[in-house]
Design a binder for this molecule. Sequence first.
Ligand code: PEP
Length: 247
Amino acid sequence: MRKPLIAANWKMNKTVGEAEAFLHDFIPLVKEVRDTDIVIAPPFTALSAVASRIKETPVQLAAQNMFYEEKGAYTGEIAPGMLTDLCCTYAILGHSERRQYFGETDEILNRKVKVARSYGLTVIFCIGESLEEREAGQTFSVLQREVQEGLKGVGPEGIVIAYEPIWAIGTGKTATTGQAQEAHRFIREKLSALYGDAASSIRILYGGSVTPENIDALMKCADIDGALVGGASLKPDSFARLVNFTR
Ligand code: PEP
């Protein structure tokens, strides 16, 4: 059985004070949750404050990005050991905004995934097609390439996939449950080709305009094991509702 995972990607939102105010309201709403993993990825500047506040709660900490070198002259970058030092246990890698705006290629992401895993970080590895790619019938070839190249030489342990169709991120357009399940099943087939039986234990999250209104239907799909959530994770009651989705 795959334990559901609901992850918040706060992107470039929330000061330290705003993150603390969120947790003040959010933690009481989820403190009894045991059957779903809860992950929050605040901006780097709030990692330390969030780490202090989530001790002895079911909430786990993620970074939104990470560099593949361990130290050195890389102005502005954050090393994996800096994240584990702050009690991060997860790292989101390959988010489409990183691929699109910051030029992160499959090769760069593969290096990042390998280094993150060598530090024991669980990787939430994001993949997904653009609208043009979907309309050109390239969805499956894009997903196949991103899985194969991004996970080259990487074992199945500590890997979570997030399928995020780019056209659904922050747009209010969610994939239908049919579109999402079809993509998730395809991804699981590709993971099976790479990892054999171990693929059945890998969680595949859906991301793209997930809200309290559509989470229950998405979570009923056979190959959807959780959600990576941007906009709807910014308010405590909304994110708590997502964590407490109806089974
Ligand atoms: C995301 O950024 O990963 C995301 C899915 O955003 P949103 O939920 O706002 O579409």
